[in-house]
Design a protein around this ligand. Structure first.
Ligand code: SAH
Length: 404
């Protein structure tokens, strides 16, 4: 069974004074910290100091800036099939309580570095698993991991959605398809907190659905929105819009640049018997549409801004900040007194602190005094290791426009 047992064990030696992050258990070694490497791409390696001291074990990819991703801090760990099985099991067990307490059908079952499995994401959608392999090291053991997942979870099917930018940085091409079992027949419906959503696991965004926004959907489902007019900008398949409609919103406007996702948003309303609610589906660029609404003097009681990732590298941060400022400024201008703005950033490179400053600047420039009444973010199935803060990427603020 074990392909990994055959992997040669290489060695990576760190430059002097580059050991500190590793001693603090940060799971990445950047190429610039490496003194010498005796290993092939994808190999399991032992990482040592120049004095020869053992530091960690991980896997190696000289093509990536993240040249080693750490799997174990113990010298006596043998990284074989049993080791991978135990790691997978730990992540699966960590969700058991959450899943049963919340009756979750769809959730992130394995969250890469945060679960000690760098480069591996597995999302569970009922009896289907969707796997993303984000690194060469995971790619090298993928057949074994699939076997283990089948054994541990007994899913009906496993779909691979390794079609993310991160793979290019690892020198890997995209892989998408059903890799085990049969794809679920369309439409595949997931249920969450009393609502049903059709999900396309093969072509939907991410692994099909924004599982990371579950807590925010729940937050919305706890609001009383009787008679309110709601703008759901960057709506994707309209999940937030459906939650708002269920809570009594009088009107829901979904705006997205993709016509196809808005067609699904329409289906979501029908599927949940919410099609009596006045709903608009606007295919447009949100930046333009918000300006058009401002020009037309339109206003809303609740505005949701959930844009895609604006910052993909540190070089993008300034431009991303301007983008966030622009849409938040416009949203504040469209908000009625007492109205709420639910604003998100999923750019890991934009810190919570910076994001709050951007939203602050937007409210000042919009002449819209506001309070923060809530903080939102990724749920417990997307945990963040204290030693790996990079695992936190999604943050949201609930802002209330005050008249003072
Ligand atoms: N809120 C959604 C997820 C939003 S993902 C949910 O919870 O399900 C971001 C969405 O923004 C995608 O559907 C994408 O098609 C859309 N998008 C990206 N850039 C856009 C733009 N400039 N204007 C309008 N929509 C955009």
């Amino acid at each position: 069974m074990s392909t990994i047992d055959k992997l040669p064990l290489g060695t990576v030696v760190l430059k002097q004074k580059r050991e500190k992050p590793l001693r603090r258990r940060h799971p990445w070694i950047f190429s610039g910290s490496i003194h010498s490497a005796d290993a092939n791409p994808g190999d399991l390696v032992t990482v040592r100091s120049q004095a020869g001291e053992f530091l960690a074990q991980g896997y190696f990819n000289p093509r990536s800036q993240i040249a080693v991703r750490i799997l174990s801090w113990r010298e006596d760990d043998v990284i074989n099939a049993d080791w991978w099985r135990a790691r997978l099991q730990l992540a699966i067990d960590a969700r058991v309580e959450l899943v049963s307490y919340e009756s979750l059908m769809a959730y992130r079952m394995i969250y890469a570095e945060s679960d000690g499995l760098p480069g591996l994401i597995v999302d569970r959608y009922g009896e289907c698993l969707v796997v993303q392999s984000l690194s060469l090291g995971i790619e090298a053991v993928k057949p074994l991991l699939i076997e283990l997942l089948i054994d541990l979870v007994q899913p009906r099917c496993i779909i691979e959605r390794s079609d993310v930018d991160a793979r290019k940085k690892e020198g890997l091409d995209d892989v998408v398809g059903v890799i085990w079992g049969q794809a679920p027949s369309a439409p595949f419906i997931i249920r969450e907190y009393g609502l049903a959503y059709p999900v396309d696991l093969l072509i939907g965004h991410k692994t099909g659905f924004y599982l990371d926004q579950r807590e925010s959907r729940r937050w919305l489902l706890n609001q009383s929105l009787e008679g309110r007019e709601v703008l759901n900008a960057f709506s994707y398949t309209g999940a937030f819009g459906a939650c708002a409609a269920l809570r009594g919103a009088r009107q829901v406007v979904n705006v997205d640049s993709s016509h196809a996702v808005l067609e699904t948003a329409r289906e979501v309303m029908v599927l949940n018997n919410l099609d009596k609610v006045d709903a608009e589906y606007v295919t447009a660029d949100v930046f333009d549409q918000l300006r058009a609404y401002r020009g037309a003097g339109r206003s809303f009681d609740l505005i949701i801004l959930d844009p895609p990732k604006f910052a993909h590298s540190t070089r993008d941060i300034d431009r991303a900040a301007r983008g966030y400022k622009d849409i938040n400024l416009l949203a504040f201008q469209l908000l009625r007194p007492g109205g709420l703005l639910l604003t998100f950033s999923c750019s890991g490179l934009v810190s919570s602190d910076l994001f709050q400053k951007i939203v602050f600047a937007a409210s000042i420039d919009a002449g819209c005094p506001a309070q923060i009444t809530g903080w939102l973010g990724q749920g417990a199935d997307h945990p963040v290791l204290l030693t790996f803060p990079e695992g936190q990427y999604l943050k949201g603020l609930v802002c209330r426009k005050v008249s003072a």
